[in-house]
Design a protein around this ligand. Structure first.
Ligand code: ZN
Length: 113
């Protein structure tokens, strides 16, 4: 389960950022997870408690915002909702949809005491 490693890095980055700003305990952390990123939000949530134990994030609320996949057609420039199994444009049928959104995995917000 690679979500364990991902959650570990989320906790690491959040803790480093909090220390850099001289903060105390983290009250909540908001993470954006794109639907095309291959990361399963439920699994991150499951790992969070273990990974945050003994860190500034222990007991913090984890807020996960999922970002739907969005693609753009290289031919007709139509933007459309896509998932990992979308290959052809729904408008003109061209292949090679460009991913515009949905691959993100980042910390959006940290609420610190
Ligand atoms: Zn198209």
């Amino acid at each position: 389960m690679h979500e364990l490693g991902i959650t570990q890095s989320i906790v690491d980055i959040a803790e480093r950022t909090t220390r850099k700003h001289g903060g105390g305990r983290v009250r909540s952390v908001t993470v954006e997870i794109g639907e095309l990123s291959g990361v399963i939000p439920d699994a991150v949530e499951f790992c969070f408690e273990v990974c945050s134990k003994g860190t500034l994030l222990e007991g913090a609320r984890l807020v996960i915002e999922t970002v739907p996949g969005q693609g753009r057609c290289p031919q007709c420039q139509t933007e459309q909702a896509i998932d990992n199994y979308s290959f052809a444009c729904e408008n003109c049928g061209a292949f090679g949809l460009e991913r515009v959104r949905g691959e993100e995995l980042r910390i959006k917000e940290l609420e610190v005491d």
